[in-house]
Ligand binder design. Structure first.
Ligand code: F6R
Length: 622
């Protein structure tokens, strides 16, 4: 949902800003823009519609823009269509046109987030003589800062804090003021923002990979704080304008984690990184054969005291919740509800202190998941965040945080973070069962051994990816796909279907297999592809009969099952096998062929696999 970057130092800013934006392009890619200051001369603003390379071409890879202080933006449209006029940066001046070129404005800014009361603020500013050239909420917030700056003749920090108390919504804002040539001012509420410093330069970005090439020392600015950034140093302030000290964090992971490393796409690279993501996540939760949740702060006593679990998340993270529901209920005998965060936050779900609300999120910034977490805390439940991005808002606000160690995930469609979340939830399920005395030590050891074998088993599935590549070339022109399964297989179907549709743009739906005949089966016609997930022994025959019902109506069938179930070949047109493991953990294996199927189908259709249309990696608006 939009990415922002900034640089102030002693070398040319624009190439650095473009480099940072390239690493943030997964956050939005309908337009991009830069504003750069050269000493005390006015800001030069350049914008371009479409992917970032248009902006790079327009500025000769940044070389055509002189200046050592600047900000940049890559947009995922919220207010107003993707156009030059709506692209960021936005300026405070009453200019005509799109606010690009050399602009004399006092304030120039970029923004990630949504200002909810922008209409009311716009009316106020119109009454005070401002005019507007775009449809964006960002232009309003930039002009509001300008208004307070001039009305009260105060410094940038005070003008920004006054603005912050007037706006409702979420923002990571970076602003340059005409009177402060080498400085950038930032403010944050509920949208991600990191600040980095090196000896003689400073950087800001929506996400660490954008600045990692230049510095490993970063500050995670808190909600409702302001930063004043100058070359090599940064100061932070609270809403009263009082200076606050923030700790500096040294990033230990490598930039290589955010490079393609010879793979054609990030998604394929990340699919192959799943064994590592699982091994590392397991390694942090299981030491010397014992589960240790110490770093989360969850004690055995707390786990024993839980009488209900609500899992809240969005998209693929919600699918992890769906899979975990079956595992936790079966192993630990605790009732689990799985809720979409966008619904949960607006429901009056009664919560008690013995309810554990688990929020699962790769980015740790998803607006609905964050809101659901806050609602759960307000209502007195215990909260646990299962999060991948270290220092993210959800990770910081939850009572307890369990970090998945998948490393940075760049492709918009999640793969390795999903797998790391699944494993983390499986370990939690085993631990809940163990501390509540439902499974013996021996059983616990058996489950852990099964989990530890999963990375190698995924490696074996990946060795056979060519079969899926071949099958995907056969189905690349299909119009509709149904993924069906029961129990855990239904949860796998949900994720398989999302992987397919989000990157191949082929319409696809996941159904609990028994539900299909209550209406949806009327959509099945000659050659409709039905993919049945058949990993659960007790449900195998039931789902297979549902697949055959589709076949009688013309469907073409693919079956996904475990090694040894060869009889399935008598009924279906194409079969994919995954290794056997304890049935509770089969989602970790069965999802891999479905990820590959989605990936290769997208490649065969010539689509932008890593940046599918209309999507953004981190959904920081509701
Ligand atoms: C799909 C996908 C999304 C995310 C969802 C939640 O491939 O990646 O459905 O799972 O937007 O995002 P996080 O996990 O960052 O909260």
């Amino acid at each position: 949902m939009c990415g922002i970057v900034g640089y102030t130092g002693h070398v040319q800013a624009a190439p650095i800003l473009l480099d940072g934006l390239a690493r943030l392009e997964y956050r939005g890619y309908d337009s991009a823009g830069l504003a750069v200051r050269n000493g005390s001369s006015p800001a030069e603003v350049v914008k371009a519609i479409g992917k970032l390379y248009h902006l790079a071409d327009k500025t000769d890879q940044g070389r055509a823009l002189p200046g050592t202080c600047g900000i940049g933006h890559t947009r995922w449209a919220t207010h107003g269509d993707p156009s030059m006029v709506n692209a960021h940066p936005h300026v405070s001046g009453n200019c005509s046109g799109s606010g690009s070129g050399t602009v004399e404005s006092d304030v120039v800014g970029v923004h990630n987030g949504i200002i909810e009361n922008f209409t009311e603020l716009k009316e106020k500013l119109l009454r005070h003589g401002y005019s507007f050239y775009s449809e964006t909420d960002t232009e309003v917030v930039v002009k509001l800062v300008d208004y307070y700056y001039k009305k009260y003749k105060i410094g940038p920090v005070d003008a920004i804090t006054r603005t912050m108390v007037r706006v409702r919504g979420s923002y990571a804002l970076a602003l340059m003021f005409k009177d402060y040539p080498e400085e950038i001012f930032v403010a944050r509420k509920d949208s991600p923002l990191v600040i980095g410093t090196s000896e003689d330069a400073s950087f800001l970005a929506s996400d660490v990979p954008a600045i990692l090439k230049f510095t490993r020392s970063v500050y995670y600015i808190d909600n409702l704080q302001v930063g004043r950034i100058s070359p090599g140093s940064v100061k932070f302030y609270d809403l009263n304008g009082d200076e606050v000290q923030l700790p500096v964090t040294e990033i230990t992971w490598d930039t290589a984690a955010a490079e393609k490393d010879g793979y054609e796409h990030f998604m394929l690279k990340e699919i192959h990184e799943q064994p590592k993501a699982i091994r590392e996540t397991l390694g942090s939760l299981v030491r010397e054969g014992k589960i240790t949740l110490e770093e989360t702060g969850l004690t055995e006593e707390m786990l024993r005291g839980i009488s209900r679990i609500d899992i809240v998340a969005c998209g693929s993270a919600w699918h992890v919740g769906m899979a975990s529901q079956y595992v936790i209920e079966d192993l630990a005998r605790i009732p689990v509800r799985v809720e979409l965060a966008s619904e949960y936050r607006y429901r009056s779900v009664p919560l008690a202190p013995d309810t554990l609300v688990i929020v699962i999120s790769q980015s740790g910034e998803t607006a609905d998941s964050l809101a659901a977490l806050r609602v759960a805390k307000e209502r007195g439940a215990k909260t646990l965040a299962v999060v991948n991005v270290i220092g993210s808002t959800i990770a910081r606000e939850a009572d307890h945080t369990l970090y998945t160690l998948a490393g940075p995930e760049i492709a918009v469609a999640t793969t390795k973070a999903y797998s790391a979340q699944l494993i983390a939830m499986d370990v939690l399920a085993v631990q809940l069962a163990a501390v509540r005395g439902i499974i013996t030590e021996e059983q616990t050891a058996g489950y852990l051994a099964a989990l530890e074998a999963i990375p190698d088993q995924i490696g074996r599935i990946l060795e056979e990816k060519e079969r899926l590549q071949w099958f995907s070339s056969k189905i690349a022109n299909t119009h509709d796909i149904f993924f069906i399964g029961r129990g855990l297989d239904y949860a796998i179907s949900l994720e398989g279907s999302l992987k397919m549709k989000e990157i191949s743009y082929i319409h696809s739906e996941a159904y609990a297999a028994g539900e299909l005949k209550h209406g949806t089966i009327s959509l099945v016609e000659q050659n409709t592809l039905v993919i049945g997930v058949l990993t659960q022994g007790n449900l195998f025959e039931k789902t297979l009969s549902n697949m055959l019902e589709c076949k009688s109506r013309g469907a073409y069938l693919m079956g996904l099952t475990t090694n040894g179930n060869f009889s399935v070949e008598d009924s279906v047109n194409f079969t994919v096998y995954v290794p056997k493991t304890d049935e509770h953990f089969l989602a970790s294996l069965a999802i891999v062929p479905l990820q590959l199927l989605g990936y290769y189908t997208s490649v065969n259709r010539g689509l932008d696999v890593d940046k599918p249309r209309n999507l953004a990696k981190s959904v920081t608006v509701e």
